[in-house]
Design a protein around this ligand. Structure first.
Ligand code: G4P
Length: 529
């Protein structure tokens, strides 16, 4: 197969949802269709459950599982599908944001009873900002839930989407009879037999055909006709261009657990979802079919074995091919690196491969060369953008609890920050280190990993910060900036890249600062240039 066909047949995407909406179950059913796994239950649940807060072994176990499920690849029809795992737990939201820089499209799973939930809102917002094509899957139709039209309204109002249903449920919960597939014009009947892997489909081109009554009953037939009329009246017809440019989001209904509506979703997905897309670097737009390799690191995973401190860096191939044993330029370090055992990912296992194509994810063993956001090329000085840091939610001083191990602590903190576990700030006034995380859970993970992987001990001390704001150094010429710097000295720090950060201790002080120094621009993400 030629280079261009290899690109054209790849679909790299992420499934996002609020925890418990059914992401894991859907992933598993997709893999079943691809023949990548043989039975349900084979994809281990990689959720960090709420009960894991203080159970370190549980954290470790889950971390192990999440390496295995970081990328799940399978073949379906003639397509090579790469699913990138995105943790749903809000404490790991940064991980998910970063993974979204490596996907070409997204499937959003929504629970029919709960509707749009908090994590979905945040994640969809990131996708919308990047114009990532999204398909919505409304799950758990076998249960009693919200009215389909109310849900569609919810998607538009709470998520700012512009939806168009491509399937429509016939009844719901106890009365759930099946789904009319608007895209394929057929009906799928629901038997409620959860062991069944592939359900029966009845072609139904013309919804006015009186046979509909015999199949689903009089009332259901009438309701379906009315609903479809409303759908056609209210929602714009599906337009693939609008979907691809992030302007329209098709919606499917189903039940992942019962494997109902999943094949329809997958069949439509492989038809409409984008193949690897061009990506913007600071210097230029890079097209996937360019001959030379370019790619970037979007995730780093520490090895499970604490004795070997090597890590796995996940690279998304943007253009060209990634070849085993070929030297590539690590742009930030300005040095060439060769990789003798690049990993490709398949469902649940990784294998050494010689060649990977755009859209693929390559796992590279790393002893500390890579940071999230690093770019690899064949010599070009290119920097992929789009992996910003957001303000952490929790801040604590980190103290060395074992003076004999300060080197180990320094190295451990450094490497964990490169992995993107948390953010480190160094106060300008006294050089004290402050760790910022999205969730409180990370502090325990960091403490545990420092001890078990680096032999260092740390303690924390509260540091009340409301928000970290990045300060544009371009402004620093004027008097107002100098005044800001002098008065707020106590609250200024440097992040790991050396950028200046203002750590506002309350919403009030942030507002006052903005009012008092209007020319000092405060930014809420690290990427503002
Ligand atoms: P997540 O990855 O998005 O967090 O969700 P996950 O797939 O783990 O699903 C969360 C719960 O919802 C699971 O139940 C799962 O079995 C259930 N579920 C998923 N899809 C459907 C569906 O279509 N219908 C119904 N009725 N339930 C569904 P659990 O009891 O939390 O876990 P488990 O013990 O069953 O694994």
């Amino acid at each position: 197969m030629g280079f261009k066909s290899e690109i054209a047949r790849r679909r790299t995407f992420g499934i996002i949802s609020h925890p418990d909406a059914g992401k894991t179950t859907l992933t598993e059913k997709l893999l079943l269709f691809g023949g990548a796994i043989q039975e349900a239950g084979a994809v281990k649940n990689n959720k960090i459950k709420k009960t894991a807060t203080s159970d370190f072994m549980e954290i470790e176990r889950q971390r192990g599982i999440s390496v295995a499920t970081s990328v799940l690849a399978f073949l379906y029809k003639d397509k090579k599908i790469n699913i990138l795992d995105t943790p749903g737990h809000k404490d790991f939201a940064e991980d998910t944001f970063r993974t979204l820089t490596a996907v070409d499209s997204v499937i959003v799973v929504v629970d029919v009873a709960k509707g749009v939930e908090e994590q979905t809102i945040k994640l969809v917002e990131v996708c919308r900002m990047r114009n990532i094509p999204m398909i919505v899957f409304i799950n758990k139709l076998d249960r009693e839930g919200k009215d389909a039209f109310d849900l569609l309204d919810d998607l538009e109002q709470k998520l700012g989407l512009s939806v168009t249903p491509l399937s429509f449920p016939i009844g719901m919960g106890y009365d759930f009879k099946g789904i009319y597939n608007i895209y394929e014009k057929n009906i799928n009947l629901f038997s409620g037999d959860s062991k069944k892997n592939i359900e029966d489909t009845i072609a139904f081109d013309n919804i006015d055909n009186p046979e509909l009554e015999t199949i689903i009953g009089e009332k259901a037939a009438q309701d379906l006709r009315d609903n479809l009329e409303l759908v056609h009246g209210v929602y714009a017809p599906f337009n693939v261009e609008s979907y691809l440019s992030g302007k329209q989001q098709p919606v499917f209904f189903g039940s992942a657990l019962n494997n109902f509506g999943v094949r329809e979703l997958l069949d439509c997905f492989i038809e409409i979802a984008p193949a690897p897309r061009p990506k913007m670097a600071e210097e230029r737009l890079v097209k996937p079919d360019e001959k030379e390799l370019t790619g970037f690191v979007f995730k780093i995973h520490a090895n499970m074995d604490p004795k070997h401190r090597d890590r796995l860096a996940f690279i998304k191939v943007v253009s060209g091919t990634f070849e085993r044993n070929k030297p590539y330029l690590h742009v930030r370090q300005g040095k060439n690196l060769k990789f003798s055992s690049p990993n490709a990912f398949f469902a649940e296992k990784k294998e050494i491969v010689d060649t990977s194509y755009p859209g693929d994810i390559v796992g590279l063993h790393d002893t500390g060369n890579f940071k999230i956001g690093d770019t690899l090329t064949e010599g070009e000085s290119l920097h992929y953008k789009g992996i910003p840091s957001f303000s952490p939610e929790h801040f604590r001083y980190i103290n060395n609890a074992d003076p004999m191990k300060s080197k180990q602590l320094g190295k451990g903190v450094d490497q964990l920050m490169d992995e993107g576990v948390a953010q480190l700030f160094t106060l300008e006034l006294n050089g004290r280190k402050v760790i910022g995380t999205v969730g409180a859970l990370q502090f325990e993970v960091i403490q545990y990993r420092l001890e078990h992987e680096y032999g260092a001990k740390c303690s924390y001390e509260n540091f009340p910060v409301y928000k970290a704001c990045w300060v544009d150094p371009q402004d620093n010429k004027n008097d107002e900036f100098r005044e800001f710097q002098r008065i707020k000295q106590k609250f200024l720090a440097k992040d790991k890249q050396g950028q200046m950060v203002f750590l506002a201790d309350s919403q009030f002080s942030l507002q006052m600062t903005q009012q008092k120094y209007p020319s000092v621009k405060l930014h809420f993400t690290s990427e503002f240039k």
